[in-house]
Design a protein around this ligand. Structure first.
Ligand code: CAA
Ligand code: NAD
Length: 294
């Protein structure tokens, strides 16, 4: 079977990445792998998204130069390592694929199927899903042994953690290869078991839900942010962080968790996050969320 091809190999040496989805996360992941010298295909279905992904990478590099972390040579090689494309066939020779399309189980299942039918039998396939169970996503693949979660945090170039999520059928060789690739990307891997929300989002989303409930009780979002930032000492309050995450993504993720672990999370009626999202306020990505930007 396809799985055996991978299990037999020693830890697979990953040389080329492909990132599917060039949004907030896909753009950041492509930057992070390119800056560490790995040729990285960045695939989207939308040219505007590809352009945005590339301009995000350029922006990070420019601030990196201002901060003295990046020189002109590094900037050129990083941009050179990002290969933008709308063509699925372009990922056929990648050996680590990171799926980072919208947080929708149906879209992800169909993208994962398409990936599997395009790449080599021993390529490793991962998903950057925030909350969807890896075992559930694995059902869309013929060979779940070469699949696991590879969950980055936003903003990717600043957040050190990557959760690597082991599904019931994930091979040890897959986990080892993804741990090695994470380290090569300059990040800190932790291997966790599967559950909607994994580790961090099981802590973070109940916090967001608590914030929504406070708003429904009449609290002011910017007052809560001020308290969490200036008095409690966190880098940012919940409203600002939700704008960073994206209100559409946060709303989808909260629904997936409420469905997957109802004993821990319940969908909030009239959730202000849902209301903002359905009124096309998506957060920083479209310059309007709890706050206005730009
Ligand atoms: N190029 C290269 N490296 C850079 C860089 C650049 N342009 N900009 C930053 N960095 C790196 C550097 O290593 C830098 O550290 P040093 O300068 O000390 O070497 C590090 O990133 C931190 O950069 P900053 O000094 O700008 O950091 P900061 O003090 O502004 O803090 C932060 C940044 C830690 C991200 C902080 O703002 C924070 O904690 N924000 C909250 C983020 C968060 O909670 N994210 C999770 C969202 S939820 C999620 O992602 C999961 C999900 O599934 C929805
Ligand atoms: P986003 O909305 O910024 O980007 C999604 C991108 O996927 C868009 O560019 C869209 O054009 C593209 N896309 C949609 N269908 C596609 C397809 N069939 N093939 C290729 N590309 C396609 O979303 P995001 O915030 O980057 O989130 C992406 C994934 O990462 C989600 O699963 C999300 O839960 C997860 N995630 C998000 C965060 C966060 O803070 N935003 C953090 C960690 C993980």
């Amino acid at each position: 079977s396809k799985g055996k091809a991978l299990a037999k190999a020693a830890i697979k040496n990953v040389e080329k990445h492909a990132v599917l989805g060039a949004g907030i996360m896909g753009g950041g992941i492509a930057y992070q792998s390119a800056v560490k010298g790995v040729p990285t295909i960045m695939k989207d279905i939308n040219q505007a998204a590809l352009n945005l992904g590339l301009s995000e990478a350029a922006k990070i590099l420019e601030t990196g130069m201002q901060r003295g972390k990046v020189d002109a040579k590094k900037m050129a090689s990083t941009l050179n390592n990002i290969i933008p494309t709308l063509d699925m066939n372009a990922i056929s020779d990648a050996d680590l694929i990171i799926e980072a399309v919208v947080e929708n189980p149906k879209v992800k299942a169909s993208v994962l199927k398409e990936i599997e039918s395009t790449v080599a039998d021993d390529a490793i396939i991962t998903s950057n899903t925030s909350t969807i169970s890896i075992n559930q996503l694995a059902k869309s693949l013929e060979d779940p042994t070469r699949f696991c979660g590879m969950h980055f945090f936003n903003p990717v170039h600043k957040m050190p953690l990557v959760e690597i999520i082991r599904g019931d059928n994930t091979d040890d060789a897959t986990i080892s290869a993804v741990v090695a690739a994470t380290l090569k990307m300059g990040k800190t891997p932790i291997v966790v078991n599967d559950c909607p929300g994994f580790l961090v989002n099981r802590v973070l989303f109940p916090y967001f839900a608590g914030f929504s409930k406070l708003l429904l009780d009449g609290a002011d979002f910017s007052a809560i942010d001020k308290v969490m930032e200036k008095v409690f000492g966190w880098p940012m309050g919940p409203a600002y962080l939700l704008d960073v995450v994206g209100l559409d993504t946060a709303d989808h993720a909260a629904s997936v968790m409420a469905e997957g672990i109802p004993e821990r999370m319940r969908k909030i009626e009239n959730d202000p996050i849902t209301l903002l999202y359905t009124n096309a306020r998506l957060g920083q990505k479209n310059a309007m969320g709890f706050y206005n930007y730009g």
